[in-house]
Write a protein of this length. Structure first.
Ligand SMILES: NC(=O)c1ccc[n+]([C@@H]2O[C@H](COP(=O)([O-])OP(=O)(O)OC[C@H]3O[C@@H](n4cnc5c(N)ncnc54)[C@H](OP(=O)(O)O)[C@@H]3O)[C@@H](O)[C@H]2O)c1
Length: 287
């Protein structure tokens, strides 16, 4: 039995699908069981909240390995969650960290993930740490302005990055959950193509058969926009650090880890955009 946290999220939902496809038993941890009802009786549901370690203890009973993501938690809470997991046994952990953790001290988000990785290392549980770069699904942030105005506001200028499909992060996670032998404990994951935001917008435009304009905005405007959309100011400024690094041409890391582990090239943005195009269309639209 595998326990998947974040099972309603970009990565976790794909892990559940991929494990079920190869006949594995899956339990999902969620605050809202209604959000996982589409899997019907093919999964076990463990209702719970990271704010309630006891709920994670119950969810961990009898599992072989856990896909653990942070749900935006502070380090103190993660230590309590690890204690709760260890009250039920010693499952292997596959932790969703970040490529920003590979540049120690540079990024707030990286520092937070390093602290979390360290807490897991200190626990003594056997663990693998996935460090993906930016997700292709970050493009969902553009869905509102694409639907309303046919516009993407871009704070990353013409800086390039090799974003990764959550499906590929999930495929690596599923591989480690089911057959971890010989795999490095830290896996840095990126896509294969270096693209600018204007490149991605052009690809989306083709996928949607719709003209989308890309408008350059300063990073400060992006911070205001994130705060306006409800993101806490501290978190918005942390996200802005990585936008700025990409804008300044410092986001071009690429690794071959996905291909080495799952034996196929990473998903291209064109394929990802084609698969998820409905997210960028008005529901009543015939576009
Ligand atoms: N976006 C990127 O470019 C990027 C790059 C590298 C690393 N990352 C890391 O990836 C993670 C986000 O992954 P994602 O995009 O797959 O997630 P996501 O789509 O943002 O979904 C968030 C998930 O967190 C769960 N969650 C939130 N608060 C929770 C709580 N209190 N208790 C239990 N579950 C909770 C939600 O579950 P329920 O609502 O079902 O409870 C949901 O499944 C973050 O740690 C981020 O740092 C992101």
């Amino acid at each position: 039995m595998f326990l998947i946290t974040g099972a309603t999220g970009n990565v976790g939902s794909q892990i559940v699908d991929q494990l079920l496809a190869v006949g594995k038993s899956v339990r999902v941890f969620t605050r809202d069981p209604a959000k996982v009802s589409h899997w019907e009786n093919r999964i076990e549901v463990a209702p719970g909240d990271f704010a309630n370690p006891e709920s994670l203890r119950r969810a961990s009973a009898g599992v072989e390995a856990i896909f653990l993501m942070n749900g935006g938690l502070a380090i103190g809470a993660l230590s309590q969650l690890l204690a709760a997991i260890m009250a039920e046994g010693r499952p292997r952990i596959v932790f969703l960290s970040s490529l920003l953790a590979s540049e120690p001290g540079r990024f707030q988000i990286g520092r937070a993930h390093i602290e979390e990785e360290d807490a897991i290392r200190t626990s003594g549980l056997s663990a693998h740490f996935l460090r993906p770069g930016g997700f292709m699904s970050n493009a969902y942030q553009w869905a509102g302005s694409i639907k309303a105005q046919g516009v993407v506001y871009n704070a990353m200028g013409t800086g390039k990055s090799a974003s990764i499909a959550p499906e590929d992060v999930a495929a690596v996670a599923a591989k480690i959950l089911t057959s971890p032998d010989g795999l490095d404990p830290i896996l840095e994951l990126t896509g294969a193509e270096l693209l600018t935001v204007p490149d991605q917008v052009e690809i989306l435009s083709h996928a949607l058969s719709k003209t989308i304009q890309c408008i350059d905005v300063p990073v400060e405007a992006a911070i205001e926009g994130m705060i306006g959309n409800g993101m806490p100011a501290r978190f918005a400024s942390a996200v802005a650090e990585s936008l700025k690094a990409i804008r300044d041409g410092q986001g071009e890391q690429r690794t071959d880890t996905v291909e080495r582990i799952i034996g196929r090239s990473p998903t291209t943005f064109e394929v990802w955009a084609g698969k998820h195009r409905s997210q960028f269309r008005n529901s009543h639209s015939s576009e």
